[in-house]
Design a protein. Structure first.
Length: 345
């Protein structure tokens, strides 16, 4: 059994940095592992136009450690009033790599999201014409729909229609959590792909609920039944280019997670590659790890693969119980657990 694995430097195709002091302290975790990252725009206020995105990109770049080569790829937060012209101009100028659809109130800082997806038809049409990628948080938000069914319901209510009506639009179904989502992506053409997070490969919904409420296992979309986790693991490790790495790392202070109304999000950036690699080893699929982490995402986004390499070595280590960012305690994913691989600095 090999004790080292060298792959092209990977990219993270779905990530939250936040802003301000929090952003400055968490950027280095991602920049040491990944060459690029698709940065989510759900700030307060959200990143809804080219000027805001360019300014946010500059703030991120200022937080990248000296000597580290890292590029944040910006996304436009879609609203009911998104200007297709500004979006197209931002993409043409190289500011926007994609646009992000949040159904209103689907997750953290999504109150300004889209209330009626049908209203975005002109935006989707312009994105299709300009070949701008659409990233989707695929959940309905109606209160009568069970939270564990919201992803599959979104597929039937909205996603099938979007893909049918805009057949050349490139769509990333982000952080998929169900076998329904896997099946949908597989049945679509090459213009539809999906990102998968490390947490949804490792945990099912028992992690949140067995032995008490465990807020650090709570994210949106929530982890589902075990059969869904197994379907995600099969998809991620299959070598199919429709599936690629997107951590959805979402930092929150410990006190914000451990509260009467705990925030959704799992902070997995510090040991993201080691977390993913554990799954690929367990599934006997190490030969497919480079594709998932480093090749499939660039191919879908029509970007070059990175020309540098990283090495991971077999070296068991314990994940710290706590980290600090913005002067606050942060609980990382796998807190207190042992991971069997480490990235070589």
């Amino acid at each position: 059994m090999a004790d080292t694995l060298t792959i092209r430097r990977p990219d993270d195709w779905h990530l939250h940095f936040r802003d301000g002091d929090m952003m400055r302290d968490v950027v280095p975790y991602t920049a040491r592992q990944f060459a690029r990252a698709i940065v989510m725009p759900n700030l307060t206020p959200p990143v809804t136009d080219t000027a805001c995105a360019a300014a946010y990109q500059e703030r991120i770049m200022a937080a990248v450690p000296d000597g580290v080569d890292f590029t944040p790829l910006m996304t436009c937060y879609l609203t009911d009033d998104t200007d297709p012209e500004d979006l197209a101009r931002g993409a043409a100028e190289g500011v926007f790599t994609a646009a992000k659809l949040y159904p209103a109130n689907a997750t953290t800082n999504s109150a300004h999201g889209v209330s009626d997806i049908a209203k975005l038809a002109p935006v989707f049409a312009r994105m299709e014409a300009e070949d701008i990628v659409l990233c989707i948080h695929g959940e309905v938000t109606e209160g009568e729909i069970d939270i564990f069914d919201r992803e599959s319901e979104f597929i039937e209510r909205h996603l099938r229609e979007i893909v049918r009506d805009f057949p050349r639009l490139r769509v990333v179904f982000e952080h998929i959590t169900t076998s329904d989502a896997v099946d949908f992506v597989l049945e679509c053409g090459s213009n539809v792909a999906a990102t998968i997070t490390p947490q949804h490969l490792h945990i099912n919904r028992n992690a949140m609920l067995v032995g008490g409420i465990r807020p650090h296992a709570y994210c949106l979309p929530v982890a589902k039944r075990e059969r869904h986790r197994l379907a995600l693991r099969k998809a991620a490790t299959s070598g199919n280019p429709k599936f690629f790495l997107g951590t959805d790392s979402a930092p929150h202070a410990r006190h914000a997670k451990e509260s009467a109304c705990g925030c959704a999000g799992i902070f997995n950036a510090p040991f993201a590659l080691e977390s993913y690699l554990a799954v690929f080893e367990e599934e006997g699929a190490l030969e497919h790890f480079e594709g998932f982490a480093s090749l499939h995402g660039p191919a879908f986004y029509k970007l070059p693969v990175n020309d540098t390499f990283i090495t991971l070595k077999r070296a068991p280590h314990q994940v710290p119980d706590m980290l600090t960012a913005a002067g606050e305690e942060m609980v990382p994913f796998h807190s207190g657990e042992t991971l069997n691989w480490r990235m070589v600095d």
